[in-house]
Each structure stands twice: as structure tokens, then as C-alpha cells.
Design a protein around this ligand. Structure first.
Ligand SMILES: NC(=O)c1ccc[n+]([C@@H]2O[C@H](COP(=O)([O-])OP(=O)(O)OC[C@H]3O[C@@H](n4cnc5c(N)ncnc54)[C@H](OP(=O)(O)O)[C@@H]3O)[C@@H](O)[C@H]2O)c1
Length: 253
């Protein structure tokens, strides 16, 4: 049998920072990237769960750098420890649901702090320290929420992800001269603790899932593989794009 070695989607040997790697989509991205031979830097706050991810990885040369991205001192220390990189996956994020008349300033600040401001500051310090190669790729985990569809109670989260997509496009334009591409993945409902944290009952999740044309929610690996495409040289002419991955949900919403 002929052995096929041609793989334009390769990320072999690429050095990639993944935030939010202690669970969910970030963990799946780390595991899949390691199977393809990337060298990973894993960030999250929970050191125990970060180590769990670390021990799930294939290959060697990976590192863990725990840090709360909303703490500017910790964020700067993280950046100081980074090698020269081929890719960043800005994936850490949180969600808050509330009807409009119950919005609290502190809820909005908390969500924007993680989902928007920490990413803008992380990239600022990484660029100042010249930690990105030319060429390299930045991928942000946004959402279909707000960007492609809206749902009641999701206003704060939707605002944050729209802001993130706008920032992603600005970054793509501004960094193009440095050979740095920037794109987002925009998942629909994906099985992680973000959606199983108790704000929706099992019955509500099941009912919602049945409305998805492909009749299932996303698996974290579905999102990880799309992120890998955007990290790889296969997407070398793709920048400023929001890649919707939602099992067709926004077609019927
Ligand atoms: N699941 C979905 O349905 C869905 C849909 C669309 C978009 N998304 C987006 O996907 C991304 C990943 O979420 P997920 O679904 O995988 O949820 P998850 O399992 O809850 O993972 C969230 C990750 O973010 C990290 N994080 C949160 N706050 C942080 C902070 N201040 N500093 C550093 N790390 C922090 C968490 O780390 P620690 O726990 O260690 O703090 C965790 O690793 C998020 O941006 C989310 O908005 C998810």
C-alpha cells in the first residue's frame, strides 16, 4: 500500500499557545494538536485540570503556564515565559445569562474582562515582546451567539463575542504586514462545562439539541479540528474570517 505523506494541514513542530486549555474546547484542541506533532503551551487557572490536559498529550516539549488572564501582572508573567510562537489559540471564555432588565454592571465587566479585554491585552504584550513568528496564526474562539444568531437571555455573552469578532478583524488587518493571520471559530452549542453548568436543565438542552439540523450538539473535537485548519498553512490565504461551526443551527434559527 502506498504511504501518503502529503499533508498541507500539518502543524508538525509548530509552537502554539492555547488559553483555556484546562477543559472543554481548549483541552480537545491541545490533545488534537499534540497528536499532529505541535509543541504546546497550555494556559488556564486551574492547575490540577491543566495537568490533566498535559498528561493527555502526545509527544514531548509541552509546557503549562497557569495564569488568570484578567490579572494583568499574571498575564505579563505568562508572556515573559513564552517562546517564539507559530500560533495562539485565544480560547478562554466565560458565559453569563440574564434577561435585559436583570443585567448587572459587574456581570458585564466580568464577562468582558475574560472574553474581550484579556485577549486584547494578551496580544498587546505578545506583540510588544515580538513572540510571534512571520508567518504565524492567531485563532480566537468566538461563538455563533451574537455574531450569527441571538437568543433571549444571552445579551451579555453575545455583546462580548461580537466585540471579539470585531477585534479579530481589526487584528487581522493590522497584523497582515507582519505575516500574522487572525481568524475566529464560531461554535454553536458544544458539550463542555460551559453549557452543563446548570443554567439549562437536561430537558432544555435535549429540546434545544433536537432543533439542530444535524441533530446533535458539537463535540469539542469538532471545534478543535477547525482551529487546527486555521493554525495550519492550509489556511495561509485566510485572514479576518469568522468560521461558523454549528451543525446547521443558524440555518433554521
Ligand atoms: N461550549 C459551547 O457551547 C461554546 C459555544 C460557543 C463558544 N464557546 C467558547 O469556547 C471557549 C471555550 O469554552 P468551553 O466551552 O470549552 O468552556 P469551559 O470548558 O468552561 O472552558 C473555559 C476555559 O476558559 C478558562 N478560563 C476562564 N476564565 C479564565 C481566566 N480568567 N484566565 C484564564 N483562563 C480562564 C477556563 O480555565 P480554568 O477553569 O482553569 O479557569 C477553561 O479552561 C469560550 O471562549 C467559549 O465562550 C463555547
Amino acid at each position: 500500500m502506498q504511504a501518503y505523506t502529503y499533508n498541507p494541514y500539518s502543524i508538525l513542530g509548530k509552537s502554539i499557545l492555547i488559553t483555556g486549555a484546562s477543559s472543554g474546547i481548549g483541552r480537545a484542541t491541545a490533545v488534537e494538536c499534540s497528536k499532529l506533532g505541535a509543541k504546546l503551551i497550555l494556559n488556564g487557572r486551574n492547575e490540577v485540570r491543566l495537568k490533566e490536559t498535559f498528561f493527555m498529550l502526545d509527544g514531548q516539549g509541552h509546557m503549562i503556564i497557569p495564569a488568570d488572564l484578567t490579572n494583568e501582572d499574571e498575564l505579563k508573567q505568562l508572556v515573559d515565559s513564552l517562546p517564539l510562537m507559530d500560533g495562539i489559540v485565544c480560547n478562554a471564555g466565560i458565559s453569563k445569562t440574564a434577561p435585559i432588565s436583570f443585567f448587572k454592571r459587574e456581570d458585564m465587566e466580568q464577562v468582558f474582562d475574560v472574553n474581550v479585554f484579556s485577549i486584547a491585552l494578551l496580544l498587546k504584550y505578545i506583540l510588544k515582546k515580538k513572540r510571534m513568528k512571520n508567518p504565524s496564526s492567531i485563532v480566537m474562539t468566538s461563538s455563533v451567539g451574537g455574531v450569527f444568531n441571538v437568543s433571549p437571555g444571552n445579551g451579555i455573552y453575545s455583546m462580548s463575542k461580537c466585540a471579539l469578532d470585531a477585534y479579530m478583524r481589526t487584528t487581522a488587518l493590522e497584523l497582515s504586514s507582519k505575516g500574522i493571520r487572525c481568524n475566529s471559530v464560531n461554535p454553536g452549542m458544544t458539550w463542555t462545562k460551559l453549557i452543563t453548568d446548570g443554567s439549562l436543565t437536561d430537558e432544555q438542552l435535549q429540546e434545544d439539541m433536537n432543533r439542530y439540523p444535524l441533530k446533535r450538539y458539537g463535540d469539542p473535537k469538532d471545534i478543535a479540528l477547525a482551529i487546527i485548519y486555521l493554525l495550519s498553512d492550509a489556511s495561509s490565504w485566510v485572514t479576518g474570517t469568522s468560521l461558523k461551526i454549528d451543525g446547521g443551527f443558524s440555518l433554521v434559527r
